[in-house]
Design a protein around this ligand. Structure first.
Ligand code: AMP
Ligand code: MG
Length: 416
């Protein structure tokens, strides 16, 4: 048996990086940035007003008070979007709206509320320090400063920052093209009436959708247990995919087609990985330089766990993400469950976050690689070390919450 870490290391060592492409921001959500983005314009682009009010020179207001307001002559107005830069001198003011460029001759904005809102002459009731209510050009980023870092995912927040910096396109990794082949004579499409022995094929959809969430495009097909049929499908898709994921048929059963097709292969290796579920795993690069080929066990929970542990990190590596594995967060078990000695357990769990994170198996009775209906209740998974045999209420367990994009963040903790 090899450890999960050893298996992942071998996978990543054979995983190539994909090329990149330049796309408009609207297409870039979730994708991995290949090149740093630098501001093309300062943010904010102009020194502007933070309030609706009056642009003034602070020194004019030094003596202003409620009982002795300072009166300024209005010499113009600038709404947001206006290109005007009215000249003004001592004793004068310009009406200004939030976001409008501050006149060059002004240094401070008096909010409307501190005035009599006059329209020829305005009375100001309060002195203000110079620069008050003024947003300075380049205060957030100067032109040329970095806005987003390569190897990070483009969130709506990152894309808004990039757009604000005057950039309309980004260079991102190509999407990996992934093909799923589910294998098994017992499999039928979801919803079909089942003859004795048949089961609905859930892996085909599960793996395709998880792959899409991980940034890939996915196609999928189902085959039976005849090795020739699997070999035929592989021949058909191998030129169109960078990653092929097979589910089922990797163990030593008499009809295991993946084993039959790749049993003596020089490049696809069959391993027993010290993990529960998901022990039998096949992985290699077809012919040494072709698509990555994952042979995952067929039990849906095993296939799901295998995707989390091995396929997703490979898809992320291909796209150039720096963070390959989500950061695990400690939680506290709220019930007892058993875990096999000598194998790392990866168990679907329900997670409840309040003052502390409470964790319980998603399926009643703990683990079971066939308990696919209970997968619907999983908020994430727990990772239990190989030596542990039993989790008791109150024990600390490492957990990963599904679809928590923060867990892949590798942003610096301090501000740049
Ligand atoms: P295998 O890995 O082919 O030995 O399959 C292990 C178990 O997973 C068997 O109970 C299969 O019926 C089940 N299984 C295999 N493939 C799928 C699938 N695509 N969807 C749902 N269950 C599956
Ligand atoms: Mg099978």
């Amino acid at each position: 048996m090899i450890t999960t870490g050893e298996h992942l290391e071998r996978i990543l060592s054979l995983t190539p990086a994909l090329g990149s492409e330049t796309v408009p921001l609207e297409w870039a959500r979730g994708r991995c940035l290949s090149e740093a983005v630098r501001a093309r314009v300062p943010v904010p682009p102009w020194t502007n007003s933070a309030m609706d009010g009056y642009a003034v020179r602070a020194e004019d207001l030094a003596a202003a008070s409620e009982s002795a307001p300072v009166k300024l002559r209005l010499v113009g107005g600038v709404p947001a979007g206006s290109a005007e830069d009215p000249e003004m001198t001592s004793g004068e003011a310009v009406q200004i709206m939030t976001g409008a460029p501050l006149p060059t001759d002004a240094d401070t904005v008096v909010p409307q509320e501190l005035t009599d809102k006059g329209d020829e002459v305005v009375a100001v009731y309060k002195a203000l320090p110079r620069g008050r209510h003024v947003r300075i050009v380049g205060e957030d980023r100067e032109s040329g400063e970095r806005i987003a870092e390569p190897g990070t995912g483009l969130t709506p927040e990152a894309l808004a920052a990039i757009a604000s910096a005057g950039v309309a396109e980004v260079t991102v990794s190509r999407r990996p093209r992934l093909a799923v082949i589910s294998t098994g004579d017992e499999l039928v499409p979801p919803g079909q009436n089942l003859s004795r022995g048949q089961i609905p094929d859930s892996n085909r959809m599960l793996i395709s959708m998880l792959a899409e969430e991980a940034g890939a495009t996915a196609t999928s097909v189902r085959v039976g247990d005849r090795p020739e049929q699997l070999a035929g499908e592989l021949g058909r898709i191998r030129g169109e995919a960078e990653v092929i994921v097979l589910t089922g048929g990797v163990s030593v059963g008499a009809f295991d087609p993946v084993k039959a097709v790749f049993g003596g292969d020089d490049f696809v290796k069959f391993d027993r990985v010290a993990m529960q579920p998901g022990k039998p795993q096949a992985f290699g690069r077809l012919d040494g330089d072709g698509p990555l080929l994952f042979g995952l066990p067929g039990n849906p929970v095993s296939a799901w766990v295998s995707f989390q542990m091995f396929v997703r990190p490979a898809l992320r590596r291909m796209q150039g993400f720096l963070a390959l594995m989500p950061e695990a967060v400690p939680g506290r078990a709220s019930e007892r469950w058993r875990t096999p000695k000598g194998r790392q357990q990866v168990i679907p769990v329900r997670i409840h976050d309040s003052e502390e994170r409470s964790v319980q198996p998603a399926a009643a009775g703990g683990s079971g690689s066939h308990l696919v209906a209970s997968l619907a209740a999983a908020d994430g998974y727990a990772l239990v070390d190989a030596e542990v045999e039993e989790i008791l209420p109150g024990d600390t367990v490492q957990t990963v919450r599904l679809r928590d994009p923060e867990q892949f963040n590798q942003r610096p903790r301090s501000r740049p």
